[in-house]
Design a protein around this ligand. Sequence first.
Ligand SMILES: Nc1ncnc2c1ncn2[C@@H]1O[C@H](COP(=O)(O)OP(=O)(O)O)[C@@H](O)[C@H]1O
Ligand SMILES: [Mg+2]
Length: 269
Amino acid sequence: MQTLTVSDVDLVYPGHLDGAPISALKGVSLEVKSGDFVVALGASGCGKTTLLNLMAGFMAPSAGKITLGGRPVTGPGAERGVVFQKHALLPWLNIIDNVEFGLKLQGVDARTRRERAVKNLALVGLEDFHKQMIYHLSGGMQQRVGIARALTCDPAMLLMDEPMAALDALTRETVQELLLKIWQQTDKMYFFITHSVEEALFLGSRLIVMSPRPGRITHTYDLDFNRRFLAEGNSRAIKSSRDFIEMREEILGIIYGDERAGAKERLDA
Ligand SMILES: Nc1ncnc2c1ncn2[C@@H]1O[C@H](COP(=O)(O)OP(=O)(O)O)[C@@H](O)[C@H]1O
Ligand SMILES: [Mg+2]
């Protein structure tokens, strides 16, 4: 069992030119444990990507601290895999070579690399596509390769920044379902960003809602729609159930409030 802890974290970006510094995160605390699927949701500019980048170790907090297994996070590490919104695959390599790439950098031998890549490509349903080139793939397949690549390094944590945002609605549902099946089979920490309320409710075992200016966590919900899907197998039935819709409307109210306030602020400026 692993735990990533974010304790009272602030992040201030220096202002552009003569502009004032931007308080992107203020007093953010969060704990993610193995088996948790934490989803962050909020209006654009509320600091979701900043929080993920801090957890990934791409930058350091201005105040507060982040630890993994009790040790401070001081930079990126193989125990934290990142899946980006736009896949970051190497177009000159085929699927399986892309999936093995991280292990190759780590110096893992060819046979072990291949075994792990084959296993994880099967997990994302791409067992028949090992030799295909990346540019031949649909957006949904590219994201599945990105997920397989992150899983192949066997990280304790998967960090995902709006990985479904560019997918069409149908593909998005398929990849959401796939992700929950992978979650069920792997005892990892998941941190997933989205601006779709429906996606957040469906995927998360915990939902954090963030608000901008300064970015902070304003609401936390424990959810079990994902477990219901894994038990029942019908995502449409869950997404159209009464309690799902009530929750969706409640959260939309919070986020629309923030979006409207932001739009008014921009108009007034
Ligand atoms: N590199 C940066 N330099 C200055 N300001 C930034 C930088 N990155 C993000 N910001 C600002 O910090 C705030 C939070 O941004 P971000 O974390 O990208 O939010 P989100 O992912 O929720 O849309 C925004 O006001 C954004 O303009
Ligand atoms: Mg973002």
